[in-house]
Structures are given as C-alpha cells and as structure tokens.
Design a protein around this ligand. Structure first.
Ligand SMILES: C[S@@+](CC[C@H](N)C(=O)[O-])C[C@H]1O[C@@H](n2cnc3c(N)ncnc32)[C@H](O)[C@@H]1O
Length: 351
C-alpha cells in the first residue's frame, strides 16, 4: 500500500516537475530569441511532433514511478529537497544566458580557457572546450552549479529519469548479492546525481565517482550531504586510476557523445579492464540515428544548436561493435525517451 502511494506521489511529482521545466524551457528560449536569432537550420530528417515527445516523456516518468514502487529507485525529487537552492540556480541560469547566447552566435567555445589552472595543460585537448556553450566548460564552479538545472530545463525535466534507468539492471544484478561486498564505479560521474540515487538505495555499497572536472566532483561531494560518502577521483576515463578487475559494476551516463571516436574505444577498453569477470557495465547516452527513425531530425539538429563536436560521429557509431571490441558482451538494449541504455557483461572466466 505504502509503495503504491510512493509511486503515485512520485509520478505526480514528476509530472509537475515536467511542467515546471517545460515552462522554464519556454521562457529561456524566448529570452534567448530576444537576445539573438537562433541559427537557421531545418532538419532534413523527420522530427516527432510535440504530442509524440510528450507521450514518450510521460511513459518514461511512469516507468520511473513503477521502479519506485518496486523499491528499485528512491522516491522524491531533488528540487523539493532544496527549494531555495533550486531558485538560486534558476537565477544563475538566467543570469548566464546573455553571455552563453553571445558565444553561441559567435560559435565561440573557448570560455573554458579563462578557468585554466595549474593542471590545464595536462587535460586532453578535446576536454578544453565549452560543451553546449556552457560558460567555463567543465572547469568552473559556476558551471558545476548550473549544469543540472540547464540540462533538466533543456530536456523538460527528463534527465534524472533517463539516468535512473540504470538502477533497474543494477537491481537485477544485486539480487542475492551482499551490497557491502559490491564495488561500483561511475565513469564521468559529473555532479553525482546518479550516484546519490544509488547511495540512497544501497547505503553500504562501495561507490566511486570518477571525473576529469574537480569542480564537478566538489559539487557532487556537497550534493551527497550527510549520506555515507563515496570515493571521489579526479582522473581521466582513458586511464582509470583503479586496479584491473576491481569493480563489480561500472556505469557511465552521457559521456560517450562528448568523446572523439578513438577515445570512445580507449574508454570502453578501460571499462572492461577495471571490471571483474562477470561484472556489469551499464551505459546510458543519447539515442542514435536509426534507433527511432521518426526522431532522427532531432539528432541532426542537436549539434547545430549546441556545441557538441563529437555528437554527429557518436550518433552513427556502432556501439555494439565498440563494446564487443573492448571485450564486453551486450546483453540488452533499451530506449527511454531521448536516451538509450545498453547493459553489457564482462564474461566470467570459464572453469
Ligand atoms: C555530459 S556530462 C555527464 C555527467 C553525468 N554523468 C550526468 O549523468 O550528468 C559529461 C561529464 O564527463 C566528464 N568527462 C569528459 N571527458 C572525460 C574524461 N576523459 N574522463 C573523465 N571525465 C570526463 C565531464 O567533466 C562531465 O562531468
């Protein structure tokens, strides 16, 4: 009974959240248009209409609420826990809009360089640019504070639910296992949103969050509040600073579309290296061309509107071949709104 109630409250909250972020999206777009005309671009491929998008988003939110009922995901929404902080971040997002719009018009993705610190030269070249014209790229504290509100606004409040799909295969994997003995690594954990959801369901699991951005890791650490901490590692996914065969589970969300093609291969091989035999890899990222042919125009338009230099290549990459080359076996694939999830295994050693 109480699970049913949790699930109904979760769905009502998610739908309210969707309307809230859709409203913010609408205001942001209007303001951006008043500042400068958006780049003229008409997709050549088909795009879904608004009703199709909304129906699909609602179905994602229903699955999320269902998973809450099953106890696989925690209930609640970040904004409801920290309403004042949420309002502060909205203000920050609006304050950032003029400069972000100006850079978008100028196709200037170099604001990250203003935040170059001692280690800047060591960072990979592909990382030293502003993805989606984010002020400060991934290097500033403000960027880390605004990332989630910007992403949720862009995706009408669906980002958390797309990410949390990872908790369904994770729950299956955890059946019959003692969480205290399970280690999980989030590669490019960003601001730690998924890790916190995982922590709330698995308080004793050994969690590690890896990211190249120290600012994002700091935000993640603060976001954990009083929950049992995770281990936070500042490092490159191309050379993950953990031992071989040390992790039972690796997750990675919204990373691969921001990597050059050869780096996608290197990171996939690293994931395979750090996994124990029999370990699980849960990958979540954007839909790809052909996943939903009627939506391909959206994928065509995305890198035109936003600075996403590797997105086009990602959108036509053969991910199954990529993971198989790295030594992984793809067990399942699922599409959820604008994202796709692939569940992979590193085979156990026979005998
Ligand atoms: C689009 S964000 C996704 C963050 C988070 N996983 C999420 O679900 O929102 C991409 C993240 O990848 C990190 N990143 C990019 N390249 C990386 C690399 N080579 N190694 C580690 N982290 C990287 C960025 O710092 C950023 O936090």
């Amino acid at each position: 009974m109480s699970e049913r109630l949790d699930s109904a409250v979760q769905l009502a909250g998610s739908l309210a959240r969707m309307s809230w972020y859709s409203g913010l999206n609408w205001i942001m777009q209007r303001r951006a248009r008043n500042l400068a005309s958006p780049p003229a671009f008409k997709p050549t491929l088909p795009v879904p209409n608004r009703n199709e998008l909304l129906a699909d988003l609602r179905s994602l939110l229903r699955s999320d609420a269902e998973a809450v009922r099953e106890g696989v995901m925690p209930a609640g929404h970040e904004e409801a826990f920290r309403p004042l902080e949420h309002l502060r971040r909205i203000r920050g997002m609006f304050a950032d809009l003029p400069s972000a719009t100006e850079r978008r018009v100028d196709r200037d993705a170099s604001s990250v360089k203003e935040f170059a610190n001692g280690d800047f030269d060591e960072l990979p070249e592909y990382f030293k640019q502003d993805f989606h014209f984010q002020t400060g790229g991934y290097l500033s504290e403000d960027s880390a504070k605004l990332y989630d509100i910007q992403v949720e606004t862009l995706f009408h409040g669906s980002a958390a639910a797309m990410r949390r799909r990872a908790m369904v295969p994770l729950a299956r994997f955890m059946q019959g296992r003692d969480q205290r003995a399970v280690s999980l690594l989030d590669v490019a954990c960003g601001t730690g949103r998924l890790l916190k959801d995982i922590r709330r369901i698995y308080p004793a699991m050994r969690l590690t969050g890896l990211d190249l951005s120290s600012s994002y890791l700091e935000e993640a650490q603060g976001y954990f509040g009083n929950l049992r901490r995770a281990r936070w590692l500042a490092g490159n996914a191309e050379d993950i600073p953990v031992g071989g065969a040390s992790q039972d589970v690796v997750v990675s969300v919204f990373l691969f579309h921001e990597l050059p093609p050869e780096v996608r291969h290197t990171v996939a091989r690293e994931v395979n290296r750090v996994l124990k035999p029999g370990g699980l890899f849960i990958f979540i990222d954007s839909l790809q061309m052909g996943d939903r042919p009627g939506w391909d125009g959206l994928l065509e338009a995305f890198p035109v509107r936003f600075h996403e230099p590797y997105y086009r290549g990602y959108s036509i990459d053969d991910l199954e071949a990529l993971f198989v080359d790295a030594g992984l076996r793809v067990e399942a694939e699922e599409i959820a709104f604008l994202s796709k999830m692939m569940v992979c295994r590193k085979d156990a050693i026979a005998g």
